[in-house]
Design a protein around this ligand. Structure first.
Ligand SMILES: Nc1ncnc2c1ncn2[C@@H]1O[C@H](COP(=O)(O)OP(=O)(O)O)[C@@H](O)[C@H]1O
Ligand SMILES: [Mg+2]
Length: 367
C-alpha cells in the first residue's frame, strides 16, 4: 500500500539523517519503527505526512508517487507526541477544526465529531478545554482528530511517552484496539522496545537513520541480525560477552575472559563454521538474562564462577546481577527459585538459545 523507496533525508546537502530507507507497508498492517532517540524516527514520519521534504527517493501510495503532494492531499493523519491540541478550544472544536478549515458541511462535521467521540469515550468531555482533561483523555482527543479525517494511514509519533507507566499500558491496548476496529494501516514510531514488541505486526529497527532489521516481533527477538538488535530488543538487555573461539576435532569451543567459562558450542550454533566456512577466533556471545539459569544437578551443564553482586526483586521474577573479572551480566530467574545462599549459587548457560556475533561487525554469525 505504502512504499518507501530509497528514501534519503539530508539537511543543507551535508548532514544526512536518513539513508537508503526501503520499506513496504501493507494495507491493515501495524508497523512499528523503533530506535534510540535522535535516530530519525520523527523525521521519517514527517516525510510520510508531508511536513518535511524528502531529499531523494520515492514515496508511493498504491503505486502513485505522493512525495510532492501537500499534507492535506495525502490521506494520512498524524498523532503527535505532544498531542498539539489547541488550548483555547473545546474538545469539540479541536476535533472539528481540521474539517472546518476544509469547509466541510456543518452537519457532516457534527456527525463525524460525535462518532469519533463515541469511539474514544469522549462524549461527555466535548465541552471541556484540553487543560481540564487527564493525559490519557488528551491523548484520545489527539487520536480523535486523526479519526475525523477519514485517513487511510495513521501515523503515531511516540504518542504514549508523556503518560505515566500505568496509563501507558492502558493506552497501548486502546491504540491496538483502535487499529483493529478501524481496519486502518498504522505506522507507529517509538524508542520503547517493549511498546514496539507488543504493538507491531511488522517491526522495523533503525539506528542512525538506517534499517538494521525488519521482521515480526518473534523473528527479531529470536533471530537478531546483529548485536545491536540483540541488545536493543528485550528487557533486561541481552548480555554480550567477549569470547575466544577454538576449533577442535570434536567441535567449536568458546572461552570467556580469564577462562571464566569454557565450553563446547551446541551444533546449532556452529553453522558459521560447518556451513559458511568462517573461522573467526574472536566473537561476542549474546545470551539473554532468561537463558542464564541456576545450575541444578540434573543438567549436564557447566559451573560458572560468577559472584552475585546484588539482586532485584521484580515480583514474580528477580534479576541477579553477576560479576566475573571486570564483566557484569544479568540473570533473570523466577523469584521462587531464589537461592537461600547466594554465595554458593552456580549458573548454567542455555547455549542453544545464545547467539554468536562477529567481534568486529556485530553480525550474527549463524544467520
Ligand atoms: N531542521 C533540522 N536541521 C538539522 N538537523 C535536524 C533538523 N531536524 C532534526 N534534525 C536532526 O535529525 C536527527 C533525527 O531527529 P528526529 O527525527 O527528531 O529523531 P527521533 O525522532 O528518532 O528522536 C537528530 O539528530 C536531529 O538533531
Ligand atoms: Mg522523535
Amino acid at each position: 500500500m505504502l512504499e518507501l523507496k530509497n528514501i534519503k533525508k539530508s539537511y543543507d546537502n551535508k548532514l544526512t539523517i536518513i539513508e537508503n530507507f526501503n520499506l513496504d507497508i501493507n494495507q491493515g498492517e501495524f508497523v512499528v519503527i523503533v530506535g534510540p532517540s535522535g535516530c530519525g524516527k520523527s523525521t521519517l514520519l514527517r516525510m510520510i505526512a508531508g511536513l518535511e521534504e524528502i531529499t531523494s527517493g520515492e514515496l508511493l501510495l498504491n503505486g502513485k508517487d505522493i512525495s510532492h503532494y501537500e499534507p492535506s492531499q495525502r490521506e494520512v493523519a498524524m498523532v503527535f507526541q505532544d498531542y498539539a491540541l489547541y488550548p483555547h478550544m473545546s474538545v469539540y472544536d479541536n476535533l472539528a477544526f481540521g474539517l472546518k478549515i476544509k469547509n466541510v458541511d456543518k452537519k457532516i462535521i457534527d456527525e463525524k465529531v460525535k462518532k469519533a467521540a463515541a469511539i474514544l469515550d469522549l462524549t461527555t468531555y466535548l465541552e471541556r478545554r484540553p487543560s481540564d482533561l487527564s493525559g490519557g483523555q488528551r491523548q484520545r482527543v489527539a487520536m480523535g482528530r486523526a479519526i475525523v479525517k477519514d485517513a487511510k494511514i495513521f501515523l503515531f509519533d511516540e504518542p504514549l511517552s508523556n503518560l505515566d507507566a500505568k496509563l501507558r499500558h492502558k493506552m497501548r491496548a486502546e491504540i491496538k484496539k483502535f487499529h483493529l476496529d478501524q481496519k486502518g494501516t498504522s505506522v507507529y514510531v517509538t524508542h520503547d522496545q517493549l511498546e514496539a514488541l507488543t504493538l507491531a505486526d511488522k517491526l522495523v529497527i533503525i539506528r542512525a537513520g538506517v534499517i538494521e532489521q525488519v521482521g515480526s516481533p518473534q523473528e527479531v527477538f529470536n533471530n537478531p541480525k546483529n548485536s545491536f538488535v540483540g541488545e536493543f530488543i528485550g528487557t533486561p538487555a541481552m548480555n554480550l560477552l567477549k569470547v575466544d573461539l577454538e576449533y577442535k576435532a570434536d567441535g567449536v569451543y568458546v572461552t570467556g575472559k580469564n577462562r571464566a567459562f569454557h565450553f563446547k558450542l551446541p551444533d546449532n550454533k556452529t553453522k558459521f563454521f560447518t556451513e559458511k566456512k568462517l573461522k573467526p577466533t574472536q566473537a561476542v556471545l549474546g545470551i539473554r538474562p532468561t537463558d542464564i539459569i541456576l545450575h541444578t544437578n540434573e543438567e549436564a551443564g557447566w559451573n560458572t564462577p560468577f559472584q552475585v553482586l546484588f539482586t532485584e526483586l521484580l515480583g514474580h521474577e528477580a534479576n541477579l546481577i553477576l560479576k566475573y573479572g571486570e564483566e557484569e551480566l544479568t540473570s533473570l530467574i523466577p523469584a521462587m527459585h531464589m537461592p537461600k545462599d547466594l554465595k554458593s549459587a552456580e549458573f548454567y548457560f542455555k547455549l542453544h538459545f545464545a547467539h554468536l556475533f562477529d567481534g568486529e561487525t556485530g553480525e550474527n554469525l549463524n544467520l
